[in-house]
Ligand binder design. Sequence first.
Ligand SMILES: Cc1cc2nc3c(=O)[nH]c(=O)nc-3n(C[C@H](O)[C@H](O)[C@H](O)COP(=O)(O)OP(=O)(O)OC[C@H]3O[C@@H](n4cnc5c(N)ncnc54)[C@H](O)[C@@H]3O)c2cc1C
Length: 410
Amino acid sequence: MTKPNNKPDFDIIIVGGGMVGMAAALSLSQLNLSIALLESQVAEGNSHPSYDDRTLVVNQASVNFWKNLGIWQKLKQNITPINKVHVSNKGHFGSVVFDKDELNVNALAYIVEAKILGFALKHACEENESITIIAPASFKQMQHKKKSIEVDYTVGESIHTISAKLMLAADGIQSGVRQQLGLETIIKSYQRTAIICNITPEQKHNNCAFERLTDKGPTAILPFVSNRCGFVWTVENAQSQEILDLSDEDFIQKAQQQFGYRLGKFIKAGKRSSYPLYLVTVPKQVKNRVILIGNAAHGMSPVSAQGLNLAVRDVARLFDVLQEIIQKSQDIGADESLNTYQNAINTDQQQTMRYTDDLMSWFKIDEPLIATLRSISLFAMNQSKHLKQELFHRASGYRGQIPQLLRKKA
Ligand SMILES: Cc1cc2nc3c(=O)[nH]c(=O)nc-3n(C[C@H](O)[C@H](O)[C@H](O)COP(=O)(O)OP(=O)(O)OC[C@H]3O[C@@H](n4cnc5c(N)ncnc54)[C@H](O)[C@@H]3O)c2cc1C
């Protein structure tokens, strides 16, 4: 409830304490804002449903972001640099290699396990005096007031109300907040599923990532600690259950057929999980003192490794927008603030979603002409250092004006 002096309880309420909600809380606490973070799940031991053992590709702009939050420094032993990326076209000629030395960088990107990053964020939020974590607590509804937003949440059977100037909805792909706000949501299914697991190959991965473009969609191998690799295999929906049900031995054999022997024999495969592939677009992500962030605002195929990297850029842009609003002593939850944010994120989101969609749509077309075009493109790309530099720059997360939190500290 809003206090008698009409001052809301917090500056910001964040619904959803997944990686994006926590990243937003830590970033915005640097603006001396008081933040309530509502999360419905609690971690059990070293596991939380929102940060599991998936391997995440972290691009250079995101590395700067995590460094500026003091998080990257805590992950040191658990990050794997990618020194080379090898992209090929299964069954056809043509490949392209991106090499850190050719591009003159320390690494092309890094791999970190989601649970390592998630728990580092959780500990940092717990130690931060500006952040009040309310968990387990489930968001129920909100009421938009002239100068604040009131949020009802439940803890067990009891209902509580808190208020703030602004609310961020980081409550994931099924976002209840988005549904209550009635924001248009466009869902495109690729009729494909990503099967994900860890695989240990016989030979050393030497910090090389592989992407194989196939007629069913891309397959990727990501180098990781202890010579393990993250394996991402795109299959048709109808095939996915059959692959999940295979014995480890049979799965390894099929995975090997799919990927080939560039890393020798696969000797071990971990637990498999599956993710149906969708593109979820929410054209308008702000309304009535609420901003959607992370998966609540956009969903995309994990194959493109863009979801969290994009969400981090959104949060960095939000930081800049709110900093300016605060400097002008304006209301952070007013329509003007929300619209400035929406304008700031539009171009990057549209370009990133288009890239992901192209990757999924183009390569699913099973025609000889398309396969040949793919091969020619890869061949041409491999000959052009300039083109590789351009692509690498984009993949590193630098698009348009670069927000403060994405810049390297001097
Ligand atoms: C297999 C896989 C691989 C991926 N690889 C990459 C990669 O390499 N690089 C990359 O950038 N991205 C990658 N991604 C995407 C990335 O994981 C997501 O973009 C990111 O995790 C989204 O986080 P989020 O916090 O927005 O959502 P979520 O993780 O879904 O978190 C939402 C949170 O909200 C909470 N919540 C929901 N409803 C309520 C409620 N009513 N009240 C309170 N709390 C609530 C949930 O408990 C949850 O903790 C990958 C995704 C997958 C699935």
